[in-house]
Ligand binder design. Structure first.
Ligand code: FMN
Length: 191
């Protein structure tokens, strides 16, 4: 079982980084092999909508997204840890998502398999925080992720989200969040 964590915040060591580390620790405790992609460390351009991928299923842009595609395709579990920025995922996370247009082309235009795992069901957990407690704070991001996961042939297994968490590291003061994250990681592997 390979569990891939995606650190989708621009803030190093921030709240979603802290939660992701706990989720992956829980997954490892359940026997999974874990890996992490830190999006802020990668150069990933936005999709150009050049439609080059419609013919090949591959993106024409030769940047660090090329190393992300095989990881997304082979993981048995995905953990997307990204805060709310203006009611959606941070731009670095959305850039990665948009670049999966190449996988959309692979699947829906070229009718080729997207998954590179052993054929078992793939699942994803969304981990997030937002500084406010606005109604439906996480809903736009959840909608975006579900659309993206359909293309990746990954089942959305749920979310672990905390409103009202703003300062860097504030999540450590939450009464249950770190424990919840660890347990969510353990469960994600067992599901
Ligand atoms: C550019 C930007 C936009 C933000 N937009 C929102 C928002 O729309 N709603 C919200 O509740 N918090 C918003 N926040 C606050 C962050 O979600 C919050 O600080 C969070 O704890 C950051 O998580 P991190 O430490 O993992 O980066 C925004 C922060 C930034 C920097």
């Amino acid at each position: 079982m390979y569990v891939l964590g995606i650190a989708g915040s621009t803030r190093k060591g921030g709240n979603t980084d802290i939660l992701l580390e706990r989720v992956l620790a829980g997954a490892a405790e359940s026997g999974a092999v874990t890996g992490t992609i830190v999006l802020r460390s990668l150069k990933i351009e936005g999709c150009r909508h050049c439609d080059g991928c419609l013919k090949t299923g591959e993106c024409v842009i030769n940047d660090e997204m090329q190393g992300v595609y095989p990881e997304l395709r082979r993981a048995d579990r995905l953990v997307i840890a990204a805060p709310v920025f203006f009611m959606g995922p941070p731009a670095i996370t959305k850039a990665m998502i948009d670049r999966c247009q190449a996988l959309w082309a692979l699947k829906y235009v070229l009718k080729k398999p997207v998954t590179l795992n052993d054929g078992g069901v793939r699942k994803a957990l969304y981990v997030s925080v937002g500084g406010t407690r606005l109604k439906d704070l996480f809903l736009p991001s959840i909608t975006i992720l579900k659309s993206w996961l359909l293309t990746l042939q990954v089942t959305y297994s749920g979310e672990l989200v905390f409103p009202g968490v703003d300062e860097a590291g504030a999540i450590r003061n939450h009464p249950t969040a770190l424990h919840d994250a660890y347990e969510a990681g353990r469960r994600l592997v067992m599901e």
